[in-house]
Design a protein around this ligand. Sequence first.
Ligand code: MSP
Length: 666
Amino acid sequence: MNRQPYYITTPIYYVNDLPHLGHAYTTVACDAMARYKRMRGYDVFFLTGTDEHGQKIERKAVAEGFTPQAYVDKIAESFVQLWETLDISNDGFIRTTDPRHVKVVQRVFQQLLDNDDIYKGSYEGWYCTPCEAFFPESQLVDGKCPDCGRDVEWTQEEAYFFRLSKYGRPLLDHIATHPEFIEPSSRRNEMVRFIEGGLEDLCVSRTTFTWGIPVPFAPGHVAYVWIDALTNYLTAIGYLGDAEMFNKYWPADVHVMGKEIVRFHSVIWPAILMSLGLPLPKQVFGHGWWTVEGEKMSKSKGNVIKPDEYAAEFGVDAVRYFMLREVPFGQDGDFSRMNFIYRVNADLANDLGNLLSRATAMIIKFCDGKVPEPGVQEEPDRLLPELAAEVLEGAAAAYDRLAFSDALAEVFRLVGAANKYIDDVAPWNLAKTEEGKSRLGTVLYNIAETVRVSAVMLAPVLTRGPRQLWYQLGIDGSPEEAGWEAARWGGLKPGTQVRRGDPVYPRVDAKAEAQRLKVAGGSAKAEAAAPAKVTDAEPAGQPGRGAEVQAAPPAQEQITIEDFARIDLRVATVLEAEVVKGSDKLLKLQVDLGSERRQIVAGIAKHYVPEDLVGKQVVVVANLKPAKLRGEISNGMLLAASSAGEPVVVAVVSPEKDLPAGSKVK
Ligand code: MSP
């Protein structure tokens, strides 16, 4: 059977610096997507690589006392190393200095010339070397580069131009007929505005430096790095070399990148492809940027986050999980060490790790270590199998739209429900009566099966733990290799011998860490690590969650700015509103959060009619764990104030001016 091809790419990274969190973010996201698609049976080609030409790199090499080639070889290797460390499963790694690529770029230039899309002219303008870009006077900000704020140089040179201006209309038409071409929609709107502003022809050759691909018909000219770089997506899958491979994978399913380079991928790149007569990629996805403790990451600030160091300290899964869970893909996010620890402790160690150890401990204690045969699934035991089916659909739909954080939240909704189910059912009490014992098998089966299916659904993101979760449940093999369908309920064989083992995700001592940061001078950071409160829900001697649970702070306790920063408040626009059937209190809202659409259920039906809210901007807690109210999922919480006395007046919190949906409230 011919499997459906799926081609996904990261940007190719500049080798003027060592890789950091930002690079790892795009690559891990693409890796999760590639793994997910493979689990769904696709024939995936996942490409990453390095962008090695240009004046910036040439200067850096010279400054460090290397030849450009020796320098790029060294840095490219550090990217390869990092991807190995982070379990990146790329199928190709392209370097723009590869002779195969050089040939393709030269052929592309020739084809553009033959199509009369390249002409000779002369360029005078302000050039920003770090950005490798020319800017018209009108775009400079206080005489500096509008992108990076650095000095620009007046440059004059004979140059070749690509007729980009010719492609404005066809590009707008393509975007109009293929709205999914640029995601999220906020970036699409930005690009449409940019193209509508008028496209100027693009200078595509340089004579001011030599570290580049020679333009075949113009001695002394090297290719503009962006044309060189973008063409990598063709070279790597055999353009002009391996027709079978090329025809299989092109057009790409998705080019993923940071928001700052969406313009190159959704304007210049498609125009070149149109000129070459090639189909356009199906999607260009621009994700957000990470800051570190509220600041831009930079070497000079000394706040560059090295993912390999985090992986060595907390594990590869923790790094991958945090990046993809913490921030909805498409939005900007902020990295802080304490938030990292909180997130990993709360979800991986407490929720997931504990669920496994509760499941195995109870199966050992009450069933001699063998997964029991489930009985008939009566209410309320149907809860988990039913929720698992719903989550399987929800997680798949979320992965399909690169909404990793939603996909993970879905799985953890199931994990959370299983932990609550244990607390509610108290299986250790069932074991005490004959009647209870007959239900116990069903209950324990459901808990263990929840761990099994969750491991499958987490496997695109977590490359290590899921296999161990399965191992401790007594299943050999890898959830990832078993494939997505293995996440269907009922696959766990009764009689399987579970194996107790070490915690799959050990808990990090957040308090000690906060103390350490305090000693290191970060008192605010240290305060953020509120002491963990113990709520031992299960009787002594029972396998339980014990000290893993952190309780909410008492009402009047002061919080730090970091505590507050954990609450992701966003402006949302209400798109639809209706009363939840069978309830006189609840309204169901569909809201636009900029990068995504969400359903939120709010208890304001006694104070607002649905029509009052449609079109209104509201403020929502965007990172609240989803909950089910009257059978409806509420994925976030709407902020509203209410008066204390009678009659109660309720007012929805709304920004004083209209803002783009998704704007952060802080
Ligand atoms: N070489 C070009 C891309 C050419 S693609 C044909 C380039 N390289 S880069 O090294 O600057 O890498 C840019 C990519 O790194 C961004 O698109 C983004 O994927 C990632 N990030 C770099 N810093 C980042 C953050 N602080 N946050 C999130 N991602 C960022 O541009």
